[in-house]
Ligand binder design. Structure first.
Ligand SMILES: *Cc1c(COP(=O)(O)O)cnc(C)c1O
Length: 485
């Protein structure tokens, strides 16, 4: 066969594949080795990207190495490095090499992880790793179950579809759902997707510690019942994205028991902290959820995409999602042989369990525990540094490795508006410099800086270094303000 014949079958000769693959492995290893010396922020405008990347459909082949070099030169560098030790914002993605390679295997072998018949071992590994997670969170392993999803958003959606089905059956016209003003936006998105109207959603205010107000929650439920509505679900946060705050899980579980409501706990950010000493205490009551979202591509150090939904009773998933179309008839199998397409939304699914399995086995759970404990202690150390400084004010204390703070030197009289402006500007300057990814959030009306420290590569030097730079920016900003006055 000549080259063109191979091309038209999308096939490469063996040596080419090897050479290409080895080159890519070297590039990835190089990334893991050298990322610390790069800048974490790499932004570009639409105009710049248009100039760099817009092109017509390529009708004819281009040499593979040429395409690869182009991607390495022009595509990959224009992304933030979310595993960089100075990537403090949003939720970092520390990832790990074993899982990255495991994803390569899953993709390379193109394992279909939808049904038992197509890949019994993939289904079994999903059952095995799900059992590990059920154990970690104190869920029943016999009756309980779960499914890996693309991320926390899909896990939350899968949970709410299930809650609606189990609690409301087919009529949810009067159903109402409750969540706090600090709950993650993906929950509201999911509520919209399941077809609830605005009038069926109750956003409950939080207290000064950003926990849902139990009193207001109870009042809202009582009021809705009086009006003939049908409360069906409370979404509690186990680690809010803003502050790491855990809602009072036990008390909410009590309300759910008494009112016969579904308890969904969104632990996408914080649930993994159960592997640490403090986290275990803070997350007390998490086992009482009917459904729990965990997001291994956050604090279980997995590369994107892997989220997870755990449920108390695996039958809830199958009774919600299973359809029996005639073309899947031959592969239904028996009940213990789980078809994960019957437990969630996707039919064709990538083999997500593999990376979770291989990384946990390779490093051992003890290493994960140590890494999470390190993250939590690093954040507490950061809080101590900020509290001892005359430049900084802590606005929400280190909680599950998240801290919020603002530049607020005690020897200057600054208005709230000026403080907002200064902190916004500090963030903009440090982000523009590329030096660190440190953006603001708003807490109780104040613009504050937020650090999320779940990257085991981050050291106290990285933090001190960043704070120093921020102090310089802040000082200059104040000088400018005072000159203006
Ligand atoms: C990140 C996050 C989500 C969404 O998860 P994705 O994996 O980004 O889809 C949901 N809830 C909380 C609390 C989160 O932190």
């Amino acid at each position: 066969m000549d080259k063109n014949d191979l091309n038209s079958k999308l096939i490469l000769p063996k040596e080419k594949m090897q050479q290409y693959g080895y080159k890519i492995v070297d590039l990835i290893v190089n990334h893991f080795e050298n990322q610390n010396s790069k800048t974490p922020v790499n932004q570009a405008s639409r105009e710049e990207m248009d100039v760099l990347l817009t092109e017509e459909i390529p009708n004819n082949p281009t040499p593979a190495n040429e395409v690869l070099d182009f991607v390495m030169d022009h595509v990959i560098p224009h992304s933030n490095i979310v595993s960089h030790p100075k990537s403090f914002s949003f939720v970092p993605g520390p990832s790990n090499y074993i899982s990255a390679m495991a994803d390569t295997i899953a993709t390379g072998f193109n394992i279909f992880s939808g049904g038992w018949a197509a890949s019994p071992a993939a289904a079994q590994l999903e059952i095995v790793t799900m059992n590990w997670l059920l154990k970690i969170f104190g869920f029943p392993t016999k009756k309980g179950g779960g499914i890996f999803t693309s991320g926390g958003s899909m896990a939350n959606l899968t949970a709410l579809v299930t809650a609606r089905r189990i609690k409301c059956k087919s009529d949810f016209s009067k159903a109402t759902i409750y969540l706090s003003d600090q709950a993650h936006s993906s929950n509201i998105k999911a509520i919209k997707v399941i077809g609830l109207k605005k009038e069926q959603i109750r956003i409950i205010p939080t207290d000064l510690e950003f926990k849902v107000s139990l009193n207001k929650l109870k009042n809202a439920i009582a009021r809705d019942r009086l009006e003939g509505l049908k409360p069906f679900c409370i979404i509690a946060s186990a680690g809010t994205t803003n502050t790491g705050t855990v809602d009072p899980l036990d008390e909410i579980a009590d309300i759910c028991e008494k009112e016969k409501l579904w308890l969904h706990i969104d632990g996408a950010y914080g649930a993994a902290a159960i592997l640490s000493k403090n986290g275990k205490k803070l997350l007390k009551g998490i086992r009482r959820a009917d459904s729990l979202t965990v997001d291994p591509h956050k604090w279980f150090f997995q590369p994107y995409e892997i989220g997870c939904l755990l449920v108390k009773n695996h039958n809830w998933l199958s009774s919600t999602f299973s359809e029996k179309p005639e073309y899947l008839r031959d592969i239904e199998g028996n009940e213990s042989e789980i078809n994960f397409y019957d437990h969630g939304i996707q039919l064709t699914r990538r083999f997500r369990a593999l990376k979770f399995y291989m990384s946990l086995k390779t490093f051992g759970l003890e290493s994960f525990k140590k890494a999470i404990q390190y993250n939590i202690e690093l954040c507490e150390q950061t809080e101590a540094i900020l509290r001892k400084s005359a430049q900084w004010e802590v606005t929400s204390p280190a909680t599950l490795a998240i801290i919020n703070f603002r530049y607020h030197p005690i020897n200057h009289k600054l208005s709230e508006k000026q403080l907002d402006q200064i902190n916004q500007s500090i963030s903009k300057k440090i982000v523009d410099s590329g030096e660190a990814l440190l953006v603001t959030t708003v807490l109780q009306g104040q613009v504050v800086l937020r650090m999320c420290l779940i990257n085991p590569r981050t050291t106290i030097e990285d933090i001190n270094d960043t704070l120093k730079k921020c102090e310089d920016y802040g000082r200059k900003e104040i000088q400018e303000l005072e000159i203006l006055n």
